[in-house]
Ligand binder design. Structure first.
Ligand code: NAD
Length: 499
């Protein structure tokens, strides 16, 4: 299918993808596939006001009825899975199976949120006063801005939107300026769900297109109480303090520097499979990509030999081809950053395997690279930095305490894992003195999370949680209620105030 046909199949009209100011390039071949219209910054106040109007109505709709809209969204996503997945591949360069996987994740979170719409539970609490009852009630909070990164151009929006909608909050989405087409195609699907739902207020789910300036309008508005922002720690360092400074609620999902510890008892073949998928999948462009391998000194050389052999057989190329496992980087600037990081790693004493630019057997115009393995003498500044490309730094260790200390000694705290068959090591890794990350796994890589768990990380990863478990609480306000059904007015803590 041509680029144009893919966009057409996803419901985008010629008028929508031409004549605008924002050029969209496919990472597959660098071709300009669209020129989309950007939101006028002058319109942002109107857009936010519309969202506030929608909020006044949506917050009074019973949560199970709000869930019905999300159920319809899930149905429409199922029907459009192939078409939307193809746009993800075209615009973000993901291999076909990962593009479809991303849409599946949207469907999964819709299912989760539909169930949630009947489970927005609060606690009842024993009161110390006779004839009194206490409870917690969860109420909608207000418009939720969703600022997303290029590498999960649609799933992150759905994690936020499915929850926000059942929680009673309207959504304003600002996608990455590199991936507006997937956002526009997702909105087509949302619009079909809204039409079937029938009576949703106008402005319940809106899309704004543009760069940081458009994002900033949401970040700075007191009328947008929740700002869920996914992207680099650089972006989070700007957005987080601004939202907090106006007493808004930031949900930050920022960069990771994810590690795997491989212990002497590990099932090495399984570890190799786990490493290869999590280090080179999505061409190393997942927030949860495996970036640091901390291998016991007794098995390190053997592991590196197995990995370099596995890396040599990886099919690199057009992400639309069924055999391809490593597609392109998002753009040439990203490839340049990868090459610069590898040069720095070498200057710091590292030995690099792979990492070269690939130009033959791949579509011309895209930024294709061999995934790299860099054996490092120690955890240097380059290793501590997230370079958004397939570089796997390898470090050795002697004791588990040392391995955990290396794993935790980076500014980021997103995902982590250990491969071991030793129960004491596994439990120590998961304990309070173990991994300091938001995600810690045993005998499974750091990437490819399911939606059922709360997703997010600590330290410079931002501390936000999205998706499953009780992450929904981030989209609501908690109200503590005390009800006196007695004829007395006793005060708490035995305080007397007689007059
Ligand atoms: P980026 O920080 O360049 O951009 C992310 C989004 O923030 C874009 O929509 C961008 O327009 C917007 N933005 C940038 N500056 C802004 C500002 N001052 N105000 C408001 N909005 C602003 O990130 P990217 O290159 O698109 O994505 C890659 C990064 O995202 C990596 O660091 C990756 O680890 C991270 N990421 C994290 C998660 C997670 O859940 N923790 C998920 C996906 C990606």
């Amino acid at each position: 299918m041509s680029h144009d046909d893919i966009l057409k199949a996803a419901g985008l009209t010629k008028a929508e993808v031409t004549g605008g100011t924002l050029a969209v390039h496919s990472p597959i071949d660098g071709a300009e596939v669209a020129k989309v219209r950007e939101t006028d910054p002058g319109d942002m106040a109107k857009i936010i006001a519309k969202s506030q109007e929608a909020f006044k109505v949506w917050r009074t709709v019973p949560a199970p009825r709000r869930g019905e809209l999300v159920r319809l969204l899930g149905e429409e996503l199922r029907a459009a899975k192939d078409e939307l997945g193809a746009v993800v591949t075209l615009e973000a360069g993901k291999i076909t199976s990962e593009g479809l996987g991303e849409v599946q994740e949207m469907i999964d979170i819709c299912d989760f949120a539909v169930g949630l719409s009947r489970q927005i539970y609060g606690l009842t609490i024993a009161s110390e006063r006779p004839g009194h009852r206490m409870m917690e009630t969860w109420h909608p909070l207000g418009p939720c801005a969703v600022i997303t990164a290029f590498n999960f151009p649609v799933a992150v929006w759905s994690w936020n939107t499915a929850l926000a909608l059942v929680c009673g909050d309207p959504v304003i989405w600002k996608p990455s300026e590199k991936t507006p087409l997937t956002a526009m195609a997702s909105m087509k699907i949302m619009e079909r769900a809204l039409a079937r739902f029938g009576d949703a207020h106008e402005g319940l789910v809106q899309l704004v297109i543009g760069g940081p300036a458009i994002g900033e309008a949401l970040v700075n508005s007191k009328d947008v109480p929740i700002v869920s922002a996914t992207g680099s720690t650089r972006m989070g360092g700007i957005v987080g303090p601004k939202v907090s400074g106006r007493w808004g609620r930031p949900i930050l999902e920022l960069g990771g520097n994810n590690a795997m510890i491989v212990a002497p008892s590990a099932d090495i073949d399984m570890a190799v499979r786990g490493i290869v998928f999590s280090a080179v999948g999505t061409a190393g462009q997942r927030c949860t990509t495996l970036r640091r391998l901390i291998a016991h000194n007794s098995i390190k050389d053997d592991l590196v030999a197995k990995l370099t052999k596995a890396y040599a057989s990886l099919p690199i190329g057009d992400p639309r081809q069924g055999m391809t496992l490593v597609g392109p980087l998002i753009d040439h600037a990203s490839r340049d950053r990868m090459q610069a990081a590898l040069e720095k790693a070498k200057a710091e004493g590292g030995t690099v395997h792979g990492g070269k630019t690939v130009t033959s057997g791949v579509p011309q115009g895209g930024a294709y690279v061999e995934p790299a393995i860099a054996e490092m003498p120690k955890q240097t500044d380059t290793v501590r930095t997230e370079t958004f490309a397939p570089i796997l730094y390898v470090l050795g260790y002697e004791t588990l305490e040392e391995a955990i200390a290396i794993q935790n000694d980076v500014p980021q705290g997103l995902s982590s894992c250990i491969f071991t068959l030793n129960m004491r090591e596994a439990e120590a890794f998961l304990s309070a003195a173990g991994s300091d990350c938001g995600i810690a796994n045993v005998n499974i890589g750091p990437s490819g999370a399911e939606i059922g768990g709360a997703f997010g990380g600590e330290k410079e990863t931002g501390g936000g949680r999205e998706s499953g478990s009780d992450a929904w609480k981030g989209y609501m306000r908690r109200q503590t209620n005390t009800i006196n059904y007695s004829a007395q007015l006793p005060l708490a803590q035995g305080v007397k105030f007689d007059f």
